[in-house]
Design a protein around this ligand. Structure first.
Ligand code: ADP
Ligand code: ASP
Ligand code: MG
Length: 400
């Protein structure tokens, strides 16, 4: 097949995304290599998009919260150990790209501690190192297994849109990227005959600065790559065999859902399913890429297929989700009965503060909403401002 075929976006690409628990366990890698070979023998061109090793992004985030010296050193040590354990488990020497990235973690963390201040651009740079460190090991392993590996830096492919104002931290920490088909990218990557391995979660802005897509965002990165390549499908490889009717780790009797429409799967992801990043499916739906959710340890279990078709025969109620760490704003109006314009007035206050509302419930006298942004990211001053502005309209209660 020639580069011209790929250039036309003929759908010979398959994007495989492996999450943190999948990549961190050395036992998984022989199976992952086998899946990559199987895709090649199906005539597909695999693009592997991976996360940081599990626990690493959490620790990098903790470094950005300015721990004391002792804790900082302990965290940096734990990050090194996690990578060393994977290398040891795979029987590999440390690849040359790993050490400078590990050193950069220490350097950035020390720099933050010295200045006592963390900006969103610096936090994004620190978080991005998780995926970059993992990339070094993954490529070394796959090369040792005989794959011809091209390892582009995802930041040179995925660029974020200017969705937020210049100083909004979300611009760096919860970025949204372009997902248009990119024939140049197809041609460039098709010119390489082996496999492509690149990082999830990270991208760059229009000035080349590092941004990240929000925690859990590697799924969305993979959907962006699939859209830009017009991939035949996106495979999300994780630690459960698909999407279930409820989180199978909390409800062991939950049912595996074999087929879902984009709408149904989006509801599960958006209402706390966590199995997919909330933005992943909107991107896949827009580009028309079917998404298969599969288990890394048991690659032959069928998993879930999310597509435009869904399942018209199955049960009507597909799943129940639970979500934690929310901010709840409850607004009680004494005069809501037969009153007009109350919701318009209170919702305008949220818009003025650039607060995105997620769920809404309303009774005769109380309207309760949850906010999209995780409670940990919302600043206290914003919520105080919200309460102050709403007080002239209703009785307010904010629960974090
Ligand atoms: P990865 O590291 O592969 O991205 P995540 O931890 O982000 O994996 O997502 C997988 C987890 O999602 C599962 O281990 C499971 O606990 C959780 N989960 C929550 N709700 C669901 C659901 N409805 N179906 C499947 N998994 C779910
Ligand atoms: N490593 C990032 C995180 O833990 C992104 C991801 O895993 O999807 O949030
Ligand atoms: Mg995830």
């Amino acid at each position: 097949m020639s580069a011209r075929d790929y250039n036309a976006g003929s759908g010979h690409w398959v994007v495989l995304k492996y999450g943190g628990t999948s990549v961190a366990d050395p036992e998984n890698w022989a199976g992952i290599a086998e899946v990559l070979r199987a895709r090649q023998s199906e005539g597909l061109r695999p693009v592997l998009v991976h996360s940081a090793l599990s626990g690493v992004s959490d620790r990098l985030e903790r470094l950005a919260r300015l721990p004391d010296d002792l804790e900082r050193e302990a965290i940096v040590g734990q990050i090194e150990e996690r990578h060393a354990a994977l290398l040891a488990g795979l029987g590999l020497e440390s690849p040359p790209e790993l050490t400078p990235r590990l050193q950069e973690v220490g350097r950035l963390a020390n720099g933050l501690a010295l200045t006592g201040e963390v900006s969103a651009p610096l936090e994004a740079r620190l978080l991005a190192l998780g995926e970059l460190m993992a990339s070094a090991i993954i490529c070394a392993y796959l090369a040792q297994q005989g794959f011809d590996v091209l390892n582009p830096d995802a930041r040179q492919v995925l660029t974020s849109r200017r969705t937020y104002t210049a100083h909004d931290p979300r611009r760096f920490l919860s970025a949204v990227c372009d997902s248009d088909f990119d024939d140049r990218l197809c041609a460039d990557w098709a010119a390489h005959s082996g496999i492509i391995v690149t990082q999830g979660f990270i991208a760059s802005d229009d000035r080349g600065r590092t941004v990240v897509l929000g925690r859990g965002g590697s799924d969305t990165s993979a959907a962006y790559f699939a859209a830009r390549l017009r991939a035949e499908r996106l495979e999300i490889w994780t630690d459960v065999p698909g999407m279930f009717s409820a989180n199978p780790r909390i409800i062991p009797s939950a049912r595996l859902l074999r087929q879902l429409s984009f709408d149904e799967a989006q509801e599960i992801a958006a209402t706390g399913g966590k199995v997919l990043h909330p933005r992943c499916l909107a991107v896949a739906r827009h580009s028309g890429t079917p998404v298969h959710v599969l288990e890394t340890r048991r690659p032959h279990v069928e998993g879930t297929i999310v597509s435009a078709v869904g399942d018209t025969q199955g049960p009507r109620i597909k799943a129940i989700s639970a979500r934690q760490g929310l901010t709840l704003v409850s607004m009680e109006s004494l005069g809501m009965w037969r009153e007009s314009g109350f919701l318009a007035k209170v919702f305008r206050v949220f818009a003025e503060l650039d607060l995105s509302i997620d769920l809404v419930s309303t009774s005769e006298s109380v309207v309760t909403v949850t906010l999209d942004e995780p409670a940990s990211v919302l600043e206290e001053t914003v919520l105080e401002d919200l309460a102050r502005r709403l007080e002239s309209l209703c009785r307010v209660r904010i629960l974090r």
